[in-house]
Every structure is written in C-alpha cells, then in structure tokens.
Design a binder for this molecule. Structure first.
Ligand code: HEM
Length: 437
C-alpha cells in the first residue's frame, strides 16, 4: 500500500469529465480552458490511461519537478512515437542508462567544440545566402518554413558527420533524412526509408571505428567516448540511437524557431530597425564569428522572445515514480505530469502583456526579477536541452548574416494558425517576400 506523505496535502481540483492529454491540437485547446477554469495545478482523470494527469503551470512547482526532485520523475506520455525513431537515445531514456549516456555525450557540446563548429555554420549560411540572393534578384517569395528546415537539417547533419554528409547524399540519390519530419507511425514508406537510413548510418559508424582519418564532429566524439565507470565504449546500436536523437531533437526545433524569428522581424518594422542598428554598431561584415556574438545581444533577445511566444516543444510530460508532495498538493505514484512552456510563458502572474512580442524582456537588466522557471523553452534542470547553447549560436550567426543582406515582408498579414503536434509550428508554410538590401 502507498504511504501518504502528508496528511494536510490537498488533491488539486479538476473537471469531472475524463480526457487523455497528449501532444495534439485538441489537447492544446483543452489545456487553455483547464488552466483558466482551475488555475495552475489541475487534476484530470484520464480516459484510457490508468493514472490521473496533473497539469502544472506555476514556476515554483515546475522547479520542484525539473530540478529539486527530478530523480522522482521519468519521461512520460507521448514519447512512444519518438521511441520508434530514437530507440533508447538520451531524450527518451531514464535513470542510470540516461546518466551514463549524457555523460558520454556532453563533451560534444563543450564550449570549445561548439566554437570549432562556428565555421561550418557560417559556411552553411553563406551557401544559403547565395541561393536566397538569386531568389531576391528574381523578385521571388520564399517559403521560410521550408528554407529554415532545410538549413537546420544541413547544419545538424554536418555537426554529426562533417563532410561524410556529402558521401551519404551522393550514395542515396535523394536526401535520406528528408522523411524525418513525417509521422513514423503513419506510413509504411516512412518505415522503409527509416530502415534503409539506419543501415546506411550503421555502415558509416562502423567505418568510423577503424578509420585513421581525423574528424572533428559529434560522431568522432561519440566513438571515442568511454563510460567513466566501466571504461566501455557505446555499442553500435547505442551510438546509432544517439545520432538519430541529435537529428530529431536538433533539427525541427531549430527550424521552427528560425521561422518565427523571421516572421516577427518581418512583422514589426521597429524590431527590424533595431536589428539593423545593432549590426551597424557591431560593425560585423559577413557571417558573425564566435567573438561577434556578444556584440549582437538584441538578435539573441529576439530569438528568446520568439521561443517564449512559440516554444516548439510546447508540452512535455513526466511520470512520478513514487508519491510526492508539490507545494500543498499530493502527487500519487504513477501520476502523469504535464508542463506546457506555451501556457507557462503566458502566465500573467509572471509575464506582462504576454501576447505582445517584446524582445527587451530578455535584456539583462529586465531579467533580474524574472522567475527562472517561468521561461523554459529548453526545459531546465539535469534534463535541460543539451543543444541549447549550440542552438542560440546557430540562430545568431544565421540572423546576423542574413539581416545584413536581406529584408523580408510578410505575404500573408493574418496571424498564422498553429499546429500543436509533438512540436508546435505554423499550420501552413510562412511565405516572405525577400528583398535585397
Ligand atoms: C531552438 C532549438 C531547440 C529547442 C527549443 C529545444 C528544446 C528542448 C527541450 C524542451 C528539451 C527537453 C524535453 C523534455 O524534457 O521532455 C530538449 C532536450 C534535448 N535536446 Fe533540445 N532543443 C533545441 C535544439 C537542440 C539541438 C540543436 C540539439 C542537438 C544538436 C538538441 C538536442 C537535445 C537532446 C539530446 C535532448 C535530451 C536531453 C536529455 O534528456 O538529457 N536540442 N530540447
């Protein structure tokens, strides 16, 4: 029998109807009503799951789950679909195995390693700029959702495999990673493409184990990594799972963020002007380098504000291992916990005018009184996104370069409709008129 921790603990209020919270458009709408009706801590009886769901929208309570007592919370509902692609990669694994893998992977995200990748990010962007220049000269519109996705995929693949990417593309004819944004459970074709990609990557990993050529990329770090307790390397399967995890976790999230950044810059002339003033003052000519990034804090703030308004990972879940007490509330063992950055970032107890796009919120002087756990686009605590720093570097280089060369106008003035799947993005492609400066 489960022992109750505190007799004075309260059971949170919630609706009498049952509902299975998940990463769907319907849940997105349901959450809004539940938070406005029942406040920041809501209990929902699940329809087809055994355990009740708890929706949490208060930074102190979120801090408890993600940081103070994180060991009591495993990854929860919604990871089944990604598990098909990612096996036991670090975004889905838990406990001792997750800890071991995270430790082995961490060196790939060291400051020095990320700095050594800046040139690659610059090159990818310079190549993209040439393509955009041709579009601008032809007076075309660009589908920024597609462009950002294609660029972010190129970058994450080069981060992993450096120039081996070109060999992979040559051997496959078409881009074998292109299907990754599709739902793997929906289509047998996707399953087949997935299998063929796996065997291609496996061959590549095996070749890397024996090559004498020196690579400076993530696969090289993963191949060399040794568990500090057992001294063992990752198996082929473990390494493959982590490679797929990096692609899936790092590609669409970055692409969606870039898309929103351009959307907001195109929408608000005063923001576009502040970006221009900042670039002029910083006297950066061409793609920003590592030392330039601190000179363009406003571009960083625009990115942070885009991530506040539209966090790509809009809902994440945990499962309580044993009973816990959060604030005054009791959480039984097995409870499904849901945290939504999208709604947290609109909690008016912590954010003024949350529907207004105001990058200056993230200026250092305005951040002093902001609750750290009121802003979690990259999550927080030990399971915080491992790629957060790289993602910000990637965005600043991209925006810093492209804003010198182009200005953009929105083709469609209405606010885009949202699609709240595993990632949240605009339902339809965002089209921009691209104009050479
Ligand atoms: C703007 C871009 C990005 C956003 C918004 C983002 C967001 C997130 C969030 C919210 C989580 C935690 C999910 C949870 O706790 O359930 C996460 C985890 C993770 N992210 Fe990111 N991410 C981004 C970019 C990247 C990049 C570029 C990479 C790698 C190249 C990456 C790799 C990962 C990995 C491996 C994890 C799992 C970490 C762990 O559980 O130990 N992400 N990300």
């Amino acid at each position: 029998m489960t022992k109750t921790l505190q007799s004075n603990a309260i059971r949170p209020a919630g609706p009498s109807e049952t509902y299975d919270i998940n990463t769907t458009d319907e849940s997105f709408a349901v959450l809004k009503n539940l938070f406005s009706e029942y406040g920041d801590f809501v209990r929902v009886k699940a329809k087809s799951r055994r355990d009740d769901s708890y929706l949490i929208n208060n930074p102190e309570h979120i801090k408890h789950i993600l940081l103070k007592n994180y060991q009591n919370y495993n990854k929860g509902v919604g990871f089944e679909r990604v598990k098909m692609l990612l096996g036991n990669g670090i975004i889905v694994s838990d406990g001792a195995f997750w800890r071991k893998q995270r430790r082995m992977i961490q060196p790939a995200f060291s400051k020095a390693m990320i700095e050594s990748q800046v040139e690659m990010v610059q090159q990818c962007n310079l190549a993209r700029m040439e393509k955009w220049m041709a579009l601008a000269e032809a007076g075309s519109e660009i589908d920024i959702s597609y462009e950002a996705s294609d660029l972010a995929l190129d970058i994450v693949l080069r981060l992993l495999f450096s120039d081996d990417v070109d060999t992979i593309l040559e051997q496959s004819g078409e881009n074998p990673f292109a299907f990754l944004t599709e739902d793997p459970t929906r289509d047998i074709q996707v399953v087949l493409k997935y299998r063929s990609l796996m065997s291609l990557l496996l061959k590549l990993i095996q070749a890397r184990r024996t090559t004498t050529k020196k690579y400076n990329d993530f696969v090289a770090v993963f191949v060399d990594a040794r568990d500090k307790e057992s001294g063992e390397a990752m198996t082929d399967k473990e390494l493959l799972d982590e490679v797929m995890t990096m692609i899936v976790a790092g590609h669409e999230t970055s692409a969606i963020t870039l898309t929103w950044v351009w959307y907001f810059i195109a929408k608000y002339p005063h923001i576009e002007q502040t970006v221009q003033d900042e670039l002029k003052k910083a006297a950066i000519n061409g793609a920003p380098g590592a030392a330039d990034l601190e000179k363009i804090p406003y571009i960083r703030q625009v990115t942070e504000e885009a991530l506040r308004m539209y966090p790509p990972v809009w809902l994440y879940s945990r499962k309580a291992i044993v009973e816990d007490k959060i604030g005054d509330y009791i959480i039984p063992a097995g409870a499904d916990i849901f945290i939504s950055p999208y709604y947290l970032h609109r909690n008016t107890d912590f954010w003024d005018e949350p529907e207004q796009f105001k990058p200056e919120r993230f200026a250092v002087q305005n951040q002093k009184d902001q609750h750290k756990f009121s802003y979690i686009p990259f999550s927080a605590g030990p399971r915080r996104c491992i790629g957060d720093h790289f993602a910000m570097v990637e965005m600043q280089i991209h925006v810093g370069l492209m804003a010198q060369a182009f200005r953009f106008e929105l083709v469609e003035k209405n606010t885009p409709e949202l699609e709240a799947s595993i990632n949240m993005r605009a339902k339809n492609p965002i089209m921009l008129k691209i104009i050479k400066r």
